[in-house]
Design a protein around this ligand. Structure first.
Ligand SMILES: [Zn+2]
Length: 80
């Protein structure tokens, strides 16, 4: 799910992919995987998942702990 409030970050304040401090990031850019609770920059997460999964039929896995991702919110971005 998307994190709306930086207080929800808890002790993990840096993106596990980019290393950026997520306290400076605006809404809808921070995403918490419901399955393992790891938190990432949303765009970095989508990029890694697109590289990690050569086939759309593969299961998504958390790039940090490799837990299976059972749900992922997708935002359709018309500006791509
Ligand atoms: Zn994880």
């Amino acid at each position: 799910m998307f994190i709306k409030d930086i207080n929800e970050l808890g002790s993990q304040i840096h993106c596990l992919i980019t290393g950026l401090d997520m306290r400076d990031v605006k809404n809808n850019e921070i995403y918490r995987l419901d399955d393992c609770n790891h938190i990432f920059m949303y765009r970095a997460l989508l990029k890694v998942l697109s590289i990690q999964n050569k086939s759309i039929y593969n299961y998504f896995k958390c790039p940090y702990c490799m837990a299976d991702i059972n749900s992922l919110d997708i935002i359709i971005d018309y500006e791509l």
